[in-house]
Each structure stands twice: as C-alpha cells, then as structure tokens.
Design a protein around this ligand. Structure first.
Ligand code: FES
Length: 84
C-alpha cells in the first residue's frame, strides 16, 4: 500500500508539473523504469496498441497503475504521427 501511494504521489507530481521540458526524464512506469520518451519512441517504431507496448517494453505488467497514463501517451503520439 505504501508503494502504491508513493507511485501515485510521484505520478501526480510529474503529470501536474508545469516546469516540464524536453531534457526532463519522466518515468511513466515506475515498476519497470520506463520513461515517457521510451513509450513515444516505441509508438513511433510501430507499437500502436497497449498490447504492443506491453510486449516490447513490459509496461503495466506489475501493479498496472501506469496503464491509464500510458494509454494517454499512446493516443497523443498516434495523433501526432497522423498529423506529420
Ligand atoms: S507502474 Fe507498476 S506496472 Fe507500471
């Protein structure tokens, strides 16, 4: 329970930070140590579904608390890919 609370607190801090810049490393899956940029890169490389990300990065296989945030990143990145 303490780990889940710590993960949620960290995630809230990261997602509500207004000082985010490109040099910031934002961990999105703390259990696996996966960053937001790694998720975006995997989507650009062809991972178009959560299942693809689960297979290639191992995200959301433990506590699963990152799933909603990763889905948002997936959707945003897919939209950005379509606009290019
Ligand atoms: S944060 Fe626990 S599985 Fe991603």
């Amino acid at each position: 329970m303490a780990l889940a609370n710590a993960i949620q607190s960290h995630r809230t801090t990261l997602l509500t930070s207004h000082s985010f810049n490109k040099a910031t490393i934002m961990y999105i899956c703390l259990c696996k140590g996966i960053t937001e940029s790694a998720v975006r890169e995997a989507v650009h490389q062809g991972a178009d579904r959560m299942r693809d990300l689960r297979i290639c990065l191992g995200i959301s296989k433990q506590c699963g608390q990152c799933a909603c945030d990763i889905k948002q990143i997936l959707d945003q990145t897919r939209l950005q890919k379509k606009q290019v």
